[in-house]
Each structure stands twice: as structure tokens, then as C-alpha cells.
Design a protein around this ligand. Structure first.
Ligand code: ES4
Ligand code: ZN
Length: 327
């Protein structure tokens, strides 16, 4: 299988990372000092040792707790700039980053504060490290369809800063169909569409079917349960739907998944990419470390990892001119 140095040197594109999930304990302490938050008296090790989760709800509880440190334009700048600096050092040339505006607007942080901080960081990181990035706005699926619609309306003045929309957080009882209206608005506005279809959730196959057939999802974030339904598998293969696979959270919070999943997806002829998800909460497993996990679990060869990396550049929501500079 592929060596560490091969993986480290590979030019990469990341398509599944939650910016709020890149918040490292070290930056939490910096932000806590800035805001006089009690976390300022903790060490990184103490914060990290509090990160135990075993399923999606227990992970989301921790992830939501971190939000209270993100308040000013500078906070969002620092969050995004730190992630881009880190992955630029891993030879990530391009990244599409999810963000969750509702987790901020519901606390009284204006949409504008979030998007301007992230935008300034993106431009500075491009200047400083040559990394190109775009934003994908996610809706929180346990919040109401009306809240998602309101959020889309708030985003209208900033649509040039947003390449697509996604759907994340707690899937149980929250099917894609709940958000049909806002996804239609996004498509009408020319945005791209993806959504999480988490592993082994209630009604997982129906959720995947809705995503692919009813909501116009161009990708599936996770989506591993297609393997169990021949009709869905055939459709995903024929439409060459890219799957954004995230080895660390799969192992840590998705009890139904295991390290052989990636081999099974490849054997089924699906188009997969490998990604980090929430590295700040997941032992700092960024894309390079995620690729090493995937290699170890599925015995990936250099040729397979190169093909997986090319899949990500091919699936990226960029123009053909830019794509040709990567491939
Ligand atoms: C997430 Cl791991 C995961 N799953 C679903 N939604 C999320 N939001 C942030 N991380
Ligand atoms: Zn995710």
C-alpha cells in the first residue's frame, strides 16, 4: 500500500470539512482569553480529554458547545485562516468548507459577521499560501424548514461568496424532504447542492433516495448505506455521484461502519473522496491523516489514492479552466 511520504506529497482537494469543527483546543483558549470565557483557565490537554463521543448526538453536543467561543468577525477569521494554513501545509490546493450559520445567528451573531470573517480569511490565505477555497452553507436539519428559509434569505446579499448548500447535524427524524423548498430556492439561484446522508440512521435508504431523486443532490456526504440497496447503488454509479467519505468520524461515531467500507465502495465502482469532517474535535486528523487511516483500513495503493485525489478535483465546484490547472 501507499507510503506516508506518497500521501503527504499528493496534491489534495478537500470537499467535506465543517469549519466550526476545525476549532482546535489551542485556538479555543485564545478565543476564551479574548472574551473572558472560563475555558481560558484550561489546558489543551484538559480540553481534548473532554472530547469523548460515541454517536452523532453526543458528538453534536460537544460541537455545539464550542460555538459560544465564536462571536466576532475576527473570531471567524482566525478559525478559517488557521484551518487553511494547516491544510495548505498538507498540500491541499483547493477546499470546499461547510459552515453552519444558524448555530451563530440563533445566538445573536449576525450572518454578516460570520461571512465577512470567513471571506477575509479565505482571501488572505489565498494570498499567503496559494490555497483556493469556497464556502458551502449548511442547514441544521433538526431546526425548522422556516429557519432554513430565513437563513437562505439572509444569505442573498452574499451569494457570490457561497458555491453551494448542504444539510448537516441530526438526521434522525429530519429527512431531506423537510428542506425541499429551500433547496429548490438554492438551485434556482444557481448554487450547487450536497447533503449528509449519515451512516445507519433511521430510514437511511429513503433519505438517500430523496437526496438523489427529489432534492437534486449532486454528491452524498457519507452515504455509505447505498451499498445495501442495489437500485441506489446503480443510480449512484451511473450518475457518478461523488461520495465524501470521512474515516475518522466513521470509526468514532458511526457504529455501523468499519475500515473495510472504503474497499467495498471502490469494489462497487463508486466515485469516492477522502476527507476530515471535524479535525479540531477528532484528534487533529486532517486530510493527510484521514488518507493514512483509509490506506491502513482498506490497503489502498498509490494508484488508488491518486485516483481518489483526482476524484476530488473532478468533483470540485470550480470552472474547467481552474480544474485543468490541478489535473
Ligand atoms: C457533523 Cl460528523 C457530522 N455529522 C453531521 N453533521 C455534522 N456537523 C458537523 N459535524
Ligand atoms: Zn460532515
Amino acid at each position: 500500500s501507499a507510503s506516508d511520504t506518497f500521501i503527504e506529497a499528493l496534491p489534495k482537494a478537500e470537499l467535506h470539512v465543517h469549519l466550526e469543527g476545525t476549532l482546535e483546543p489551542g485556538l479555543k483558549i485564545v478565543l476564551a482569553r479574548r472574551h473572558g470565557h472560563p475555558l481560558q483557565n484550561r489546558t489543551e490537554e484538559e480540553i481534548r480529554s473532554g472530547y469523548s463521543f460515541h454517536d452523532l448526538p453526543s458528538f453534536l453536543a460537544l460541537y455545539y458547545e464550542g460555538m459560544e467561543l465564536l462571536n466576532t468577525e475576527q473570531d471567524f477569521y482566525d478559525l478559517c485562516y488557521a484551518y487553511l494554513k494547516k491544510v495548505a501545509s498538507q498540500n491541499v490546493l483547493y477546499t470546499e468548507m461547510f459552515f453552519d450559520p444558524q448555530l451563530h445567528t440563533r445566538r445573536g451573531v449576525p450572518f454578516r459577521t460570520v461571512i465577512t470573517g470567513l471571506g477575509r480569511a479565505r482571501r488572505d490565505a489565498e494570498k499567503d499560501f496559494g490555497i483556493h477555497s469556497q464556502l458551502v452553507m449548511c442547514f441544521i436539519r433538526e431546526m425548522s424548514a422556516e429557519s432554513a428559509d430565513e437563513t437562505f434569505t439572509q444569505a442573498l446579499p452574499y451569494l457570490s461568496e457561497i458555491v453551494g448548500v448542504g444539510l448537516d447535524s441530526d438526521e434522525k427524524g429530519n429527512p431531506p424532504a423537510k428542506f425541499a423548498h429551500v433547496f429548490q430556492r438554492a438551485r434556482d439561484a444557481g448554487l450547487h447542492v450536497t447533503m449528509h446522508c449519515d451512516i445507519d440512521q433511521e430510514n437511511t435508504h429513503e433519505h438517500i433516495r430523496q437526496a438523489l431523486e427529489d432534492l437534486g443532490s449532486e454528491r452524498l456526504d457519507h452515504g455509505l448505506n447505498v451499498l445495501e440497496k442495489p437500485e441506489l447503488l446503480k443510480q449512484a454509479r451511473e450518475r457518478r455521484i461523488p461520495f465524501t467519505v470521512c474515516p475518522f468520524p466513521n470509526m468514532a461515531i458511526r457504529p455501523g461502519s468499519n475500515e473495510k467500507d472504503i474497499r467495498a465502495l471502490l469494489d462497487a465502482g463508486l466515485t469516492i473522496t477522502i476527507n476530515s469532517d471535524d479535525p479540531g474535535y477528532m484528534q487533529s486528523v486532517y486530510i493527510t491523516e484521514a488518507m493514512k487511516m483509509a490506506r491502513d483500513g482498506a490497503q489502498l495503493t498509490p494508484e488508488e489514492l491518486l485516483a481518489i485525489s483526482r476524484n476530488a478535483f473532478n468533483a470540485a465546484w470550480i470552472g474547467e479552466g481552474e480544474r485543468s490547472t490541478y489535473l
